[in-house]
Design a protein around this ligand. Structure first.
Ligand SMILES: C[S@@+](CC[C@H](N)C(=O)[O-])C[C@H]1O[C@@H](n2cnc3c(N)ncnc32)[C@H](O)[C@@H]1O
Length: 291
């Protein structure tokens, strides 16, 4: 446990973890809240000036978010229970429970349940999409595993239309609230293995934001099924963007699998797992449907 805490604090001190991610990981690695606070205070006292500034940002964030420990642990415990049968249905139940605790933390633990932190991370993802040239008034988007609809709501003024597909009923209900009144946004329950609500060759962008890890965790057949479906609904030379491929802990394994699957299923890899975001440590896989 102490090793896990030291590892998180070391990465944070080195500037490799944004404060929200560091705090969420610290809360998960500790036995109790007092132990986490003690470890952070200890690291701060020992740190050189630059690492100290980074650790102090985590300290300040925690002081501004007193419920961080309780929210992070409660939400994470809903997924921790899915350790035997990993299927879209069991993930749906876990995310139903997580969203009932905190919709914001359920889609992004590092938001610590705070709408303002989530909004700032969402804005960075939208900026990243804009920089990749995949948004525009003529673009139709599928957001797979759309959760509470935060990306859809942010994309609404920037695209022609967007469809959110989601396996969790509580998430879809939250998304309906957030996207109420946005006429170019539709929401559809999904099976987790297909994009049945979407027509073939009708979209310019398919997005998975932190949802693909649950596909990977459900097994290779589901991975192939989802990628085949993304290929089916995309127009030729259109894009598939996956923010985080898995939570297996090896970027190299993820890059290897993505390049192999892309070759087999008709995609060209434009970017293979780069971690360039500042408010979130997501790895970006940018693929183009060939032909
Ligand atoms: C961490 S949340 C991210 C939600 C959203 N993409 C966001 O970034 O705000 C992961 C979401 O993926 C959904 N999910 C998991 N497996 C899925 C699957 N096979 N198909 C569609 N959605 C899935 C979960 O229900 C959950 O809402």
């Amino acid at each position: 446990m102490a090793e896990a805490l030291d590892a998180v604090l070391g990465l944070c001190a080195d500037g490799e973890l944004p404060p929200g991610i560091a705090l969420a990981q610290l809360c998960l690695a500790a036995t109790d809240e007092q132990g986490a606070r003690h470890a952070l205070a200890h690291a701060l006292a020992d740190a050189a000036p630059a690492p100290r500034r980074r650790l102090a940002a985590v300290y300040a964030l925690w002081n501004a978010t007193p419920a961080a420990f309780a929210v992070t642990r409660a939400v994470a415990s809903t997924s921790a229970e899915v350790d035997t049968e990993r299927t879209p249905a069991t993930w749906a139940r876990a995310f139903d429970a997580a969203a009932a605790i905190s919709p914001e933390a359920a889609v992004a633990l590092y938001s610590l349940g705070r709408p303002d932190l989530l909004a700032s991370a969402t804005a960075e993802i939208v900026d990243d999409l804009r920089a990749r040239g995949v948004l525009g008034a003529d673009r139709r988007v599928v957001d797979v595993g759309c959760g509470i609809g935060r990306i859809l709501a942010a994309l609404a003024p920037r695209v022609k239309e967007a469809v959110g597909i989601e396996v969790s009923a509580v998430m879809i209900a939250e998304a309906r609230k957030r996207c109420a009144g946005l006429e170019n946004i539709t929401l559809a329950p999904g099976s987790g293995s297909d994009l049945a609500p979407c027509s073939s060759a009708a979209y310019e962008l398919v997005l998975f934001v932190d949802s693909f890890p649950y596909v990977v965790a459900s097994g290779p057949a589901l991975v192939v099924a989802n990628l085949r479906e993304a290929h089916r609904v995309l127009r030729p030379r259109s894009r598939l963007l996956i923010y985080n491929y898995s939570y297996r802990g090896s970027d190299d394994d993820d890059r290897h699998d993505v390049s192999r699957l892309a070759g087999e299923l008709g995609f060209h890899v434009l970017e293979n797992g780069r971690r360039g975001l500042r408010r979130w440590d997501g790895a970006v896989f940018d693929l183009m449907r060939t032909g």
